[in-house]
Design a protein around this ligand. Sequence first.
Ligand SMILES: *Cc1c(COP(=O)(O)O)cnc(C)c1O
Length: 219
Amino acid sequence: MDLRQSLQDIRARIATVAHGRAIELVGVSKKQPLEKMQAAHVAGLRVFGENYVQEALGKMAQWHPADTEWHLIGPLQSNKCKEVAQHFDWLQSLDRAELIPRLARFRGADRAPLNVLLQVNVDDETSKSGCAPDAVLTLAGEVAREPSLRLRGIMSIPAPWPEHRLRSASFARLKRLFDELREAFDVDTLSMGMSEDFELAIAQGATMVRVGSALFGAR
Ligand SMILES: *Cc1c(COP(=O)(O)O)cnc(C)c1O
């Protein structure tokens, strides 16, 4: 797999639907070998998304160039807050209040704040993590109070509806929620869209997409 070519292809597909808006590409590198991440880095990718704290820390211990940015995008257990606060640049999966004081406590005052996205369970799937859409504003207020955390916006994984129309409807609901949040808080990031549907997500207003298999190949 030629990472330079696949990165170029994904960026071209993003540009086709972005109409000049800047879209942040997160390369989802869970279960991918370090060699592929390094090849993507050589090709210009700087932002990596990982799902599992232990896997990510293992990779960082071996390879952590200063210009890389690491996002935790998988569910966070409360006993991992310390590692996440100390080693990641972004947490995209904050979905409950109890994590907030723990994250804040372990983020050193000497560091830049930890960027935080609230994960929203937009299609109300029982199997999925994420807070209810009507809990977002309250949770946002609690994050915004912590100087060592920086609220940036929301993240979501809508239900994998096969019909594009239904997926677009979920993305559009998230965009409305993001706009509501933006009226009350200084946020700039709407993280939605993966390999299968990032173009649909961008068309509905995503500012950040998380692409794994389409970039790095099957896991
Ligand atoms: C695995 C994962 C992705 C990437 O999925 P692909 O279909 O491989 O692009 C994006 N976001 C989250 C939260 C994930 O867990």
